[in-house]
Write a protein that binds this ligand. Structure first.
Ligand SMILES: O=C(CO)[C@@H](O)[C@H](O)[C@H](O)[C@H](O)COP(=O)(O)O
Ligand SMILES: [Zn+2]
Length: 197
């Protein structure tokens, strides 16, 4: 396959994944927005975690909450658990890498908060441990997953929401997660600012 054809295929595959997501995900994304709004309006906060590209997504989402998405509005409390290298390295060094998010959830998480857990495979141990910690602290979980949801999907209860990207490929799943995050930001802005159109 020539270079141009390979690139065309990447764009086409992305478009097809997004088309499937548009068909399958509106209900769960709306449920996740409702869960986030309920927490935020109740004075609670959002904790977000993920590895690699999903760590970048966690930070991207937190910045759009704390600062802004498309409209000026009061900042919303959200913390990406991926950013404090002193905390992350000391937990990994003194305890275990799989505890890097769980410990932060146990310390920072309070009843009523929401954990947004992002994993394309649903298999990353530090994400699975973070969800266990969320359970202990009585946080609801919004999981952004892909493939078959992995063991992560089995950890969720009826109070949680899973947004599962309809793809087997990490890159396509991550792209879908970013669209879902932007849809959540849009829904939150509209609800808080009373935007109807
Ligand atoms: O961004 C990418 C691939 O697109 C990678 O950095 C990827 O995020 C990393 O391999 C992660 O460790 C994968 O973790 P997960 O999504 O399976 O939980
Ligand atoms: Zn964005």
């Amino acid at each position: 396959m020539n270079l141009q054809e390979l690139i065309r295929q990447t764009f086409t595959e992305t478009a097809e994944t997004q088309r499937l997501a548009a068909e399958r995900l509106p209900d769960t994304v709306a449920a996740a927005a409702g869960c986030l709004l309920e927490a935020l309006l109740g004075g609670h906060k959002i904790l977000i975690c993920g590895n690699g590209g999903s760590a970048a997504d966690a930070q991207h989402f937190a910045s759009e909450m704390v600062n802004r998405f498309e409209h000026d509005r009061p900042g919303l409390p959200a913390i990406a658990l991926t950013t404090d290298t002193s905390t992350l390295t000391s937990i990994a060094n003194d305890d275990a890498f799989e505890q890097i998010f769980a410990r932060q959830v146990r310390v920072l998480g309070q009843h009523g908060d929401v954990l947004v857990a992002i994993s394309t495979s649903g298999r990353s141990l530090n994400i699975l441990r973070a969800i266990e910690a969320a359970r202990e602290r009585d946080l609801r979980v919004i999981a952004l997953t892909g493939r078959d949801g992995g063991p992560l999907a089995g950890q969720l209860t009826s109070r949680d929401v899973e947004i599962r990207a309809p793809s087997e490929r990490t890159a396509r799943i991550q792209e879908t997660h970013l669209v879902a995050i932007h849809a959540l930001c849009d829904l939150i802005d509209r609800q808080l600012l009373g935007i109807r159109e």
